[in-house]
Write a protein that binds this ligand. Structure first.
Ligand SMILES: *Cc1c(COP(=O)(O)O)cnc(C)c1O
Length: 344
């Protein structure tokens, strides 16, 4: 199977498995796991923040951020197709008791002036705006990089109004690789950030949440409340450390492969590439084939290629370090074959 459903399907490398095997461990709830402590220190340095917390997933990291920043009854400003709004099972309302106010972005970026005007002034009728969330790269915008300048403007608007900014940076390292800049060029314009280690970086489990020391102390307590206090977590932190320190430098390869794939797909009749491919995600629309996205995905699966539906007629493909150029070339041939058959 050629698995292009997501970069989350990557299996740990030999080096990661060895790191897990050799990890020195302790009880992390007591703060005594050396591998976890080492990972959190490295993450804080890489992300340019005072402290970091190892969490079980990107969703858990984002939810802990919302819980730590906000109080129930507050309002959260976020992009209309952001992961926190679209794909986290309604957790911000179920867990943090906040209401969401969504802003339609353009290629994943919210217009700073729309953010400014959505911030609530003091009024007995209004909820308080508790937090602004950004997403970079933006998944539903096809892995689009939200520009540093856009983040800067929104961060400044937040600061003027004493509203913190959290970045869902599940794929922030892809954004840094795409622009060939340091990840701190982005994180200087946020209070807190969540990054996934189990996507393009290939770790088996885990994400990191980073911010100032005071924030991380409170976040650690929220993690415990959510049942995320792990014991000998060094077994997963050690491979996560390998991911964080050795896998970032190869993300550009995934981006090149995605662009190569998209360029080839553009030559296939009936297939429309809908995103401008900046990172490792390619989104196509198959409406011209007179078939829905599920039927298209089913046809691909028969050929041994896995992809995911992204809307009634759109399909998402994601490149990662366990697909190579040969896999992509075979996929291009299969897509051409499916597209050539007139559907009933
Ligand atoms: C994958 C993803 C998450 C959540 O990560 P999980 O580890 O799957 O919970 C959050 N935000 C974005 C943008 C993502 O792509």
């Amino acid at each position: 199977m050629i698995d292009l459903r997501s970069d989350t399907v990557t299996k740990p490398t030999k080096e990661m498995r060895e790191a897990a095997f050799n990890a020195e461990v302790g009880d992390d709830v007591y703060g005594e796991d050396p591998a976890v402590n080492k990972l959190e220190e490295e993450a804080a340095a890489v992300l340019g923040k005072e402290a970091a917390l190892f969490v079980t997933s990107g969703t858990q990291g984002n939810q802990i951020a919302v819980l730590t920043h906000c109080r129930p009854g507050q309002e959260l400003l976020l992009e209309a197709e952001s992961h926190i709004f679209y794909y986290e099972s309604g957790a911000v309302s179920a867990l943090a008791g906040v209401q969401t106010r969504t802003i339609q972005g353009s290629r994943g970026a919210m217009d700073p002036q729309f953010v400014r005007s959505a911030i609530r002034p003091e009024d007995i009728h209004f909820p308080d705006t508790g937090l602004i969330c950004l997403e970079n790269t933006h998944n539903r915008a096809g892995g689009a990089v939200v520009p540093i300048e856009n983040m800067k403007q929104i961060y400044e608007i937040g600061a003027e109004n004493h509203i913190p900014v959290h970045v869902d940076g599940a794929r922030l390292f892809n954004a840094a690789a795409a622009l060939d800049v340091s990840v701190t060029d982005f994180t200087q314009y946020c209070d807190t950030v969540q990054v996934c280690l189990s996507k393009g970086l290939g770790a088996p489990v885990g994400s990191l949440l980073a911010g100032d020391k005071e924030f991380i102390v409170k976040a650690r307590k929220w993690r415990k409340r959510l049942g995320g206090g792990l014991r000998q977590a060094g077994l997963i932190a050690a491979p996560a450390y390998v991911a964080l320190t050795t896998m970032r430098e190869r993300l550009f390869e995934d981006h090149h492969l995605a662009r190569y794939f998209a360029d080839a797909l553009k030559n296939i009749n009936g297939i429309q590439v809908v995103n401008e491919v900046e990172t490792n995600i390619v989104v196509v629309d198959v409406a011209n084939l007179q078939m829905g996205s599920q039927a298209f995905v089913n046809e691909l699966e028969k050929q041994g290629v896995l992809a995911v539906t992204f809307g009634p007629t759109s399909v998402r493909f994601t490149t990662h370090h366990q697909v190579n150029k040969g896999d992509i070339e075979r996929t291009i041939d299969f897509v051409a074959k499916i597209s050539a058959v007139p559907s009933k």
